[in-house]
Structures are given as C-alpha cells and as structure tokens.
Design a protein around this ligand. Structure first.
Ligand code: UDX
Length: 452
C-alpha cells in the first residue's frame, strides 16, 4: 500500500521504516529539512537498536523516501498516518500539532477524488478522533467522514525495543469510524505474524492506549509498594515475590495457551520508579481527563504519588545508614530512564541527584550515552556535580554507589572493583540486577530495593 507518515519523531520513524520493510511504499513527512535529509541519506535521526539497518534496506529498495512536501505525499498515498507529538501541557495534552496536520491533510483531500484514510497514531485522549479530528477534517476537506476514512491505531512501542515491538506485536488495535476505514487499515497489517487485529471504535482505541500505559505503570508502582514492605521485613525479597506471583497464568494468559515458554516475567519489577516520555505523561493526562469528567481517580493518582516518592525512599534508606550525606561522594550508575537509550526524560536519576544535592552530597554520574542529555538538566559544576562514562574514575574514593539504570555494563562490573576503588564500599542496587551474595563475599555492603 502507499502510506504517508506525518511526523518522523520516534513513533513516526519506527512506523515508517517498519512498514516499508514489510513491502509498503512509505513517504515520511517532516517539517525539518535536516531530518528529511538524514532519512534519505540512510542515517537514522534517532538511536534505536536495529532501526538504521532497516532504514538502509528500506531506502535502497525504494520503499521509503522522506520529504517536507505533505501535499504531494498525501495526493500519492492511500493512507495518512499522523504520528506528530502530543506534548504535555499542565498535565493535559497539547493537540496543536495534531490539529495542524489534520487541517493540512484535509485541505489536500479537498482536491483528491480517490478514497483516503486518515489515521491518528499519536496518543490522544478518548473522543479526540471522533470530535476534534473528525470536525477539522470535514471542514478542511469539504467532505464527510465516510467519503474519507478515519481510524485510530495506537502504538505500544518501548524505547530500545521499538523495532521488535512493531514487527512482533502482541495485538494490533484499530479504531475505525466505519467498516471501510477498518478494512483499509487491516490491509496494512496483513503480514504481521498472526497478531490479532482488533476492530474497535475510535474512542475505545484511544482508551486502550491510555489504559495500557496506566495499568503497566500502576503495576510497577504496586511492585514498588510491595518492595517498601519487603524492606521492612527481614528475609523477604521482592524480586522473588513479584517474579513468582506473576507466573500465575491470570497475569499472562499466553502461558496458559502455551504460546510462549512459561518463564519469569521480565516486567513489573520493583525499582527506582518509572520514567520516560510515556508513562508519567500518559498517566497524568488520564488523571486530568478523568477529573474533567467529574470523576476523581484514586488508583492512578496513587500510581503517580508512589512513583514520586520511590526515588526519595532510596535516599531515606541511605540517610538511615550513613546519618548524614553532607560532603559524601555518591556515584550514580545510570542517568537514562532505562537502558539502551540516551533519553533522560522523567528519569528517576534526576529526582535522586536533586535530592542528594539538597542534602549536600557530591555527585558523580556515570552513563554510557546519556551524559550530554543529563548535562542540559543538571549541569556539571566544579564543586558538586561531575559526569563520566568511566565507572573506574567515578568510583575512586566514593562513599556510596547507587545503581539507577540497569545498563548491562554496570551489572558486569566485578564486585571486587567496588571494594578496591571506593572509600567505603556501599552499593545501593536500585534495579536489583547485582548479585547480593557475590557483593557481600567481596566485602561490599549491599543494599537492594525491596530487600531488608
Ligand atoms: C512504555 C510502554 O511500555 C510502551 O508500550 C508505550 O508505548 C510507551 O511507554 P517506554 O517508556 O519506552 O515504553 O519504557 P518501558 O520499558 O515500558 O519502561 C518505562 C519505565 O518503567 C522505565 O523507567 C523503566 O525503568 C520502568 N520499569 C519498567 C520498571 O521500573 N520496572 C519494570 O519492570 C519495567
């Protein structure tokens, strides 16, 4: 099929490249000439494992091109997928980029006679597509929805695993205004390894996206609450508790259907709290949406509250151990909100560093790729904050090391190195990726989230 993707940020780019690699003819549209040039030169504007390899194949096979020309692109395609940003604006979402794109597409469709589906992929609160988007599109095109197709197709892509998540989806959700819109969208996904394609109405699709993120975020906050209880009770390890609880097939029906090997659930782990561009923003937007409807949410409110407190609980534990953090050299292992990304948006590392600075600690941040991003939020300063990609330099004569991001390279540091390099070898494992026994055998004081 011929597909236009409007907005080549994270979601648009991954969608465009993956659909092109499935044989569709894709045109990626972006306002920024430098982004368009990069795509056409087969250089990925973002870091995402596996993406550049697919980009090279897609461009060289002629299945993908990028352009700033929306009109030409929409005129020459059957579907326009809107993947522009919906940034947070006082806990609500800002729809201005969506509105602008819809208006521009609608204006082009005024002069187009063959059937065309406009699909919203950006995350929007329920009832956005069948009110704001629909009205704007009808006004700009001078046509009724029905003549033009309208769909909402949310994404469930994790940073660092976006290509895998796109190519092997658990399910494909298509909210459609009518049957014809659905059938057109379904064609795009006909070659996706038998993933169920679910036909729902537009606002249900929007709600599924928010509910998915809110549920996952809530389960993480729930794990973190259980972790707090485990820390107060000797001989219970939250890691074992959550792993074994989630083996229950009611949490993972695929185990029941033998679709995957029953095994440990790799999600829902207690840690320093969730960050990133989606969970915090989407849960807050859902809270705001709910309040707007006159319903005061309680569970998702608590999800955010626990998440805000979680990094501070780590600091409290350290204070209980060390009495004062003033003048202590503290190494932060990991600045990114999760491994395999340089993204520090809402990273727990930010709250941890800020709280430690307030208490007079000296910070040495370590990260393989996120240092430059972090410097923009918490700049280096000679007295109290420095960053290095090299853990050896950072750990030298440190008082405490806190593991905040589960980069594999941190888990690979030999426990003996902490003992040898640090002044007082105390390690606080905020992601439970280090081997407690090995650390204790190496003479390191090990403290872990969810462990007394
Ligand atoms: C998330 C959703 O997973 C994805 O479906 C949606 O489309 C966008 O938001 P992402 O933000 O990339 O993706 O990362 P994810 O891997 O879900 O992690 C989010 C945060 O939760 C990270 O800070 C991570 O460290 C934390 N987390 C995740 C935990 O604390 N414990 C876990 O077990 C998993």
């Amino acid at each position: 099929m011929k597909i236009s993707i409007i907005g080549t940020g994270y979601v648009g780019l991954v969608t465009g490249i993956c659909l092109a690699s499935k044989g569709h003819k894709v045109i990626c549209i972006d306002k920024k000439q430098e982004v368009v040039d990069k795509i056409n030169a087969m250089v990925s504007p973002i870091y995402e494992p596996g993406l550049e390899e697919l980009l090279i194949k897609a461009v060289s096979s002629g299945n993908l091109i990028a352009t700033t020309n929306l009109e030409h692109s929409v005129l020459n395609s059957e579907v326009s997928i809107i993947a522009v940003g919906t940034p947070a604006n006082n806990d609500e979402i800002d729809l201005s980029y969506i509105e602008k794109s819809v208006w521009e597409i609608g204006s082009v469709l005024k002069n187009k006679n063959c059937y065309h589906v406009v699909c919203v992929k950006s995350t929007v609160v329920p009832a956005t597509s069948d009110t704001i988007v629909k009205n704007l599109l009808e006004k700009a095109s001078d046509k009724m929805i029905g003549e033009i197709g309208l769909a909402m197709n949310p994404e469930f892509l994790r940073e660092g695993k976006a290509v895998e998540d796109f190519m092997y989806p658990d399910r494909i959700v298509i909210g459609a205004h009518d049957h014809r819109s659905f059938e057109t969208m379904k064609n795009i996904y006909k070659d996706f390894f038998n993933a169920p394609i679910l036909h729902v109405n537009l606002r249900t699709a929007e709600m599924i996206k928010y509910t998915s993120n809110a549920l996952l975020a809530t389960l993480i906050s729930f794990s973190n609450e259980i972790a707090a209880l485990c820390e107060k009770t000797k001989n219970i390890d939250v890691k074992e508790v959550m792993e074994y609880v989630t083996l229950d097939k009611r949490f993972n029906p695929r185990i029941d259907k033998q679709l995957v090997n029953p095994g440990m659930n790799n999600y829902l782990k207690a840690g320093c709290g969730f960050g990133g561009s989606c969970f915090p923003k989407d849960v807050k937007a859902l809270i705001s949406y709910s309040k707007g409807l006159g319903y005061q949410p309680q569970i998702i409110d608590a999800t955010i509250k626990i998440n805000k407190e979680q990094p501070l609980r780590l600091i409290k534990r350290l204070e209980e151990k060390l009495i004062s953090l003033k003048g202590k050299k503290i190494v932060i292992l990991g600045l990114a909100f999760k491994p395999d990304t340089d993204d520090i948006r809402e990273s727990p590392a930010i709250a941890i560093i800020n709280s430690l600075l307030e208490k007079g600690a000296l910070i040495h941040g370590v990260d393989p790729i996120a240092i430059e991003s972090m410097k923009k939020v918490i700049p280096e300063d000679k007295k109290s904050v420095s960053y290095t990609p090299d853990y050896v330099t950072a750990l030298k004569s440190a008082d405490v090391a806190i593991l905040v991001t589960s980069w594999p390279e941190f888990a690979a540091i030999p426990p003996e190195a902490f003992n040898k390099l640090m002044k007082t070898p105390i390690v606080l494992d905020g992601r439970r990726v280090l081997d407690k026994k090995a650390f204790e055998a190496a003479g390191v004081v090990y403290m872990g989230i969810g462990l007394a």
